[in-house]
Write a protein that binds this ligand. Sequence first.
Ligand SMILES: NC(=O)C1=CN([C@@H]2O[C@H](COP(=O)(O)OP(=O)(O)OC[C@H]3O[C@@H](n4cnc5c(N)ncnc54)[C@H](OP(=O)(O)O)[C@@H]3O)[C@@H](O)[C@H]2O)[C@@H](O)CC1
Ligand SMILES: [K+]
Length: 499
Amino acid sequence: MKILSVEQTRTLDQYTIEHEPIAPINLMERAAQAFTDWYTARFDKSRPVRIFCGLGNNGGDGLAIARLLTQLEYSVQTYVVRYAPRESEDFMHNHRRLKLISSITYIENERDIPVIRNREVAIDAILGLGLSRTTEGIVQSVIDAINHSPATVIAVDIASGLFADTANGPNSTIIQPDYTVTFHLPKLAFLQPTLGLYVGEWHWVDIGLSRAFIERTPTTYFYTTEKEVRHLLRPRNRFSHKGSFGHALLLVGSYGKMGAGVLASRACLRSGVGLLTVQVPRCGYEILQTTVPEAMCQPDGHLHILSGQPDLEAPELSTYSAIGVGPGIGTAPETLAMLRKLLSEAQKPMVIDADAINLIAKNRDLIDKIPKNSILTPHPKEFERLTRRWTSDYDKLGILRDFAQRNRFVVVLKGAHTAIATPDGTTHFNSTGNPGMSTGGTGDVLTGILTALIAQGYDPVEAAVLGVFEHGRAGDRAAQNRGQIGLMASDITDSLRWD
Ligand SMILES: NC(=O)C1=CN([C@@H]2O[C@H](COP(=O)(O)OP(=O)(O)OC[C@H]3O[C@@H](n4cnc5c(N)ncnc54)[C@H](OP(=O)(O)O)[C@@H]3O)[C@@H](O)[C@H]2O)[C@@H](O)CC1
Ligand SMILES: [K+]
């Protein structure tokens, strides 16, 4: 799914109005109806509704929603926050229609703000995509009152005061909704970790905006949904054999951190790799052979860490169709030497995670040695070590895009909506996963998955988008079975399902 800018979204509305064609007031009615359908499917009439409307089209939506809910016999009280002398045309139209069936309260001063009680629902239709400056005055006071109330808060289209794709200034007053019900495609703001408070649980309702326009509008931001992923997964040929699915090499583990290696190895095998060889310190040999009998194990000459001196005659690196390195390897000097040699010799895109990233961050000359199109999977702290500290989520997105593009890497920045930046400058946000996955070892599982996909011949960008999505989806299945709190990394591996 594409993520469009505010400017593009405005043009999309306009294009739909001209080419469907549909009168703007009818498009607003469709939006209000879609919101109302969403609302009535979840909230019954026992909960009083207070709808707060601004003077633009977001307010117009609010007035139309008030009329539709009133007609359905919900208990509705409508407020218009009078912050300016002018109203939009469609606002005025809906204002006239609502006036015929219900009263409207005007908020001009603080004393006009009602007390919002427990069990009530506050619908925020004060400001939408037309936000052009930080909120102040009476708008700010109403937002504060809603935020401090015990009511369930639902934002229409976007929380009032939240910019959809640029940073809000410090100390901005913004609605903190429990839900956001949005009419357009997802907005960039919905996917940023520090803005979660201003989004809540977001839902998209379709109001039939022009698909033709969306298809031909260029964007660098995408949101991965099941629809896209379905096209990426390759079906298996009946006559295939284990050689058809590649031979992966994982370099993992150190004394006390062999679990990371086991997690990555099991996930790799559960993700369809044909053959797997795992290189571990000698202390990990029996552990790996016992816990992952499906894998071949190649012990390092060093007892506790990977030093790159194999104990046995090791095959050429070119034997392997994919190489993954990092989980549990530590940052010992011998391991750095091993990584340096590995990066210099590897010819194909690799998967680079955890301590391998930390070693690279401390030895920046290694960046140039990483094969082009390799996948790096940092969490935010590791990414900061690799680049620099950011001032906002949007600043971080810029750093991420530049880093991936300049070095020709695929960077998987892990988080609530993992962001995948590609060498061609696009960024893909993931839609699966849950907070239960914030636990040790889930990153190791992802490394195993990605290495398996590359080994099977998936292009690195496809592997990253598909692998991150399925990793999150397996996490969601695991959370359904056990709940989020009890979720462990190995549950994710056990919940993987590829067909
Ligand atoms: N177009 C369509 O077809 C559809 C649109 N739809 C709906 O319309 C919404 C967008 O509507 P919109 O463009 O009228 O913007 P909206 O946010 O309601 O208000 C703009 C007004 O607020 C003012 N203002 C700005 N910042 C302010 C501040 N901090 N404090 C105070 N005032 C401030 C601003 O002033 P100005 O910047 O012009 O000075 C202007 O007067 C969209 O989110 C969706 O809900 C749906 O019905 C689907 C179909
Ligand atoms: K709003």
